[in-house]
Design a protein around this ligand. Structure first.
Ligand SMILES: [Zn+2]
Length: 84
């Protein structure tokens, strides 16, 4: 994954779901997309991108969970989503 691409999402410029610009910040610091109305938090997004990065590297969910200090089931379920 290109660093600049993930930065773009992390800075909240582009919607991760519909890939369009038009995000704005909510009071609780989450982002909301005006195109698809999806809300998400940067923190969660950051975690997801980290998991995605491991997925791209074809690292197993178990190892990714270990290195990211996350629950194996969380990582595993994200991996399943990415495969779709
Ligand atoms: Zn969107």
């Amino acid at each position: 994954m290109k660093k600049s691409l993930s930065d773009m999402y992390l800075l909240g410029r582009k919607c991760l779901f519909c890939d369009r610009y038009g995000l704005y910040k909510l009071k609780d610091k989450r982002l909301k997309c005006k195109n698809c109305n999806k809300k998400y938090s940067i923190k969660k997004l950051k975690r997801d991108l980290e998991i995605l990065y491991y997925f791209y590297l074809e690292i197993s969910a178990r190892r990714a969970a270990n290195e990211l200090k996350l629950n194996y089931k969380t990582v595993q379920s994200r991996f399943m989503d990415f495969r779709k």
